[in-house]
Design a protein around this ligand. Structure first.
Ligand code: SF4
Ligand code: SF4
Length: 333
């Protein structure tokens, strides 16, 4: 099941309403981080380096729902840390689904066998399982043997129970076109997940491993070579065609980080999920008090190698809605 018709129609209607209201900036997806703690310690992770008292904190259900409602985004990506460590994550997801938000629960899958009974299949709910490569590559990325096999078993079980399952693959400079193709072929053809996301890793300042992040030219070459031979069209990638063009270096664009804002225990993070220049109490305050023109490649040195979807997918989606040709291309892709 690719993006359900219901979701495409709702997103189309949402985008049209924003255009009719002449809103210049608005959210497409909220990155909700209801905790920072994780049951893994990946060397490329920039989210788990907080002191213990913060790692032990959990966002109350009411606070998470109120933030999503205030912001108004139709989609919510629940991340962390590991969301399944949060004891009330099932309630947060269920409350969002009841409000007809499209929820992606990002997980490393280790706790899925223990908690899957707490979730119900729905067109509004998808698992988004972290899979960075095939067995050896993935287990190295998460610094623990056996995680790949557990994630694959959890995906199979979730699919057998009727859940929508997507995956999220982050690439580093240790990847090659061959390793990217092999993992996407496996997810697409063998596991038959509903959709796959892929993105270059962002060089978090706090990540312990600083040696394996990609530069812009390396990213473009890797994606161009990985996508060659018609694979890009064959894989069920959960990205707009324009964002994939951007990854391949066929087009360039500027970051619109306000389109995928991030809400955590600290509040609305400025300017995006990846960098923090302070926090706002509300999404409205984040929009009003952030100097958005300061951010993006060529504007802030910390953005120099960023091609992450949280900055550039909204730009691609908005450009698609403004172009009949791109809209038709997105429809048939
Ligand atoms: S699973 Fe995700 S949140 Fe946990 S350590 Fe790895 S990258 Fe960080
Ligand atoms: S380019 Fe945009 S999304 Fe990337 S780090 Fe900078 S502000 Fe964030």
């Amino acid at each position: 099941m690719p993006v359900p018709m219901r979701q495409s129609a709702r997103m189309g209607w949402y985008l049209m309403r924003q255009r009719l209201a002449r809103r210049e900036r608005y959210p497409l997806i909220v990155e909700l981080e209801p905790l920072f703690q994780c049951n893994l310690a990946c060397p490329g992770c920039g989210k788990i380096q907080h002191p213990d008292h913060l790692l032990r904190q959990r966002m109350p259900v009411g606070q998470a729902i109120a933030a999503v409602e205030e912001c108004g985004a139709p989609m919510v990506s629940i991340a962390g840390g590991e969301p399944l460590v949060h004891p009330e994550i099932d309630t947060i997801a269920a409350e969002l689904v009841a409000r007809k938000r499209f929820v992606y629960l990002c997980t490393n899958a280790l706790l899925m066998p223990k908690r899957i009974d707490e979730f119900t299949p729905s067109p509004y709910f998808s698992w988004a399982v972290h899979i960075d490569g095939l067995r050896e590559r993935h287990d190295a990325a998460v610094a623990r043997e056996g995680v790949f096999d557990k994630a694959v078993d959890a995906i199979r079980e979730a699919k057998a129970r009727g859940f929508r399952v997507t995956t999220n693959t982050t690439v580093f400079n240790t990847d090659s076109p061959d390793s990217v193709r092999r993992v996407l072929d496996f997810l697409n053809d063998e596991l038959e997940v509903d959709q796959m996301m892929i993105a270059p890793a962002y060089a978090y300042e706090k990540a312990p491993d600083q040696d394996h992040f990609l530069g812009v030219e390396q990213t473009r070459r890797l994606f161009r070579e990985s996508f060659a031979g018609g694979r890009r069209r064959r894989w069920r990638l959960n990205h707009s065609p324009l964002y994939l063009d951007f990854l391949e270096g066929k087009v360039d664009m500027q970051c619109t980080a306000w389109g995928i804002p991030s809400y955590s225990l600290f509040g609305w993070q400025r300017p995006c999920y990846l960098m923090s220049d302070g926090y706002a109490e509300t999404y409205a305050e984040l929009l009003e008090t952030t100097d958005w023109e300061r951010y993006g490649r060529g504007r802030d040195p910390r953005c120099a190698n960023c091609m992450a979807h949280c900055g550039y997918e909204p730009t691609a989606v908005l450009a698609t809605t403004r172009s009949l040709r791109e809209s038709l291309r997105a429809l048939v892709s």
